[in-house]
Design a protein around this ligand. Structure first.
Ligand SMILES: NC(=O)C1=CN([C@@H]2O[C@H](COP(=O)(O)OP(=O)(O)OC[C@H]3O[C@@H](n4cnc5c(N)ncnc54)[C@H](OP(=O)(O)O)[C@@H]3O)[C@@H](O)[C@H]2O)C=CC1
Ligand SMILES: Nc1nc(=O)c2c([nH]1)NC[C@@H]1CN(c3ccc(C(=O)N[C@@H](CCC(=O)O)C(=O)O)cc3)C=[N+]21
Length: 291
């Protein structure tokens, strides 16, 4: 059996078109252009890729982009000052601060200062709380995008088991919440989990968000399972060139899984599309309009 390859890039591009139409509708009805501000401090290479793809996506979606590239030695006070300025700027509906931040900056302090109504990443404690009690707020982009891909293949998770490998605040934990909302029976595995291969083999839906290149092997996967590979790992090929791989050993896994996301072209583009969706939602909410 060979798995269906889930084309995240195509789903993301279709979403961009829908977002563009809705952004134009908001501009026609209320004179508002959705705006997204991104703050990047320093030179993290993964963040640089993300920011480049984000700028392309804002253009495709009719969203105005405000970019702030600050040097690595920027002080915490300067970043906090910029966040306050963006909180007060009516042209800005979404604010994203690229993580990780350099070590002189306390990221909890920065994320906590973002106006929860402009928190396009969904990392502010208010939005984390809203998600956990099932009230509307901002849902982190990577889990939101992963959930959309899962829904395309398997709309109803009642009676299904889901395993999320990873418990970070930006991927693993919010993913757990979304899978619970969809009625899956959820397990969260992490670095202290005993017999991880056996835990993974119980999963009808397996989400890998570990940050270890190709750690999850083909024989860890239940035949027919849906595999969502969140990992983005840059590794060197034998010829010395770099390439991106996920947390799942894709070539082995696709022989066992029912459906699987590739890296690149899977969850990554969906993260960006959901950032656009969150910004659009925020712009609609700012004028009290129904999306
Ligand atoms: N596609 C996309 O859009 C995005 C991709 N990513 C990628 O997703 C991956 C995960 O990111 P993120 O959640 O931020 O990473 P973190 O490093 O914050 O978290 C990794 C998690 O994996 C767990 N883990 C680490 N090693 C093992 C192991 N050997 N066995 C079991 N669990 C382990 C850790 O466990 P513990 O808590 O016990 O330490 C931790 O919970 C990365 O590759 C990142 O680049 C991230 C964001 C967006
Ligand atoms: N506040 C914050 N929010 C984040 O969501 C966040 C962050 N900081 N810091 C870094 C990580 C990483 N991340 C990526 C998202 C998309 C791609 C992406 O577009 N990937 C494409 C192409 C990659 C390529 O061409 O190299 C793909 O997988 O197909 C990559 C990486 C978001 N993150």
């Amino acid at each position: 059996m060979t798995a269906t390859i889930i084309d995240g890039k195509k789903v993301a591009n279709d979403l961009h078109e829908e977002i563009r139409a809705k952004a134009e509708k908001l501009t026609a009805s209320h004179g508002v252009v959705p705006g997204l501000a991104v703050i990047l401090v320093g030179e993290d290479p993964a963040s640089a890729v993300y920011v480049r793809n984000k700028v392309l996506a804002t253009a495709a979606c009719g969203i105005k982009s405000f970019e702030f590239k600050l040097p690595a030695e920027t002080s915490e006070a300067e970043v906090l000052g910029l966040v306050e300025k963006l909180n007060a700027d009516p042209e800005v509906h979404g604010i994203l601060v690229q993580l990780p931040l350099p070590k002189q900056i306390d990221s909890d302090k920065v994320l906590g200062l973002i106006d929860p109504k402009k928190d396009a990443d969904g990392f502010h404690p208010v939005n984390v709380g809203l998600l956990s009690v099932g009230l509307p707020g901002f849902v982190p982009c990577t889990p939101r995008g992963s959930a959309i891909l899962i829904e395309k293949v398997l709309p109803d998770l009642s009676g299904k088991t889901a395993v999320v490998v990873g418990r970070s605040n930006i991927v693993g934990k919010p993913m757990i919440q979304l899978l619970l909302q969809k009625n899956a029976t959820v397990t969260c595995a992490h670095s202290r989990t005993a017999d991880l291969p056996a835990v993974c083999r119980t999963a009808d839906v397996l989400v890998a968000a570990v940050g270890r290149p190709e750690m999850i092997k083909g024989d860890w996967i239940k035949p027919g399972a849906i595999v969502i590979d969140v990992g983005i790992n840059r590794v060197l090929k034998p010829d010395g060139k770099g390439k991106l791989v996920g947390d799942v050993a894709f070539d082995e896994a696709k022989e066992v899984a029912g459906a699987i996301t590739p890296v690149p072209g899977g969850v990554g583009p969906m993260t960006i599309a959901c950032l656009m969706l969150n910004t659009l939602d925020s712009a609609y909410r700012s004028v009290g309009a129904e999306i």
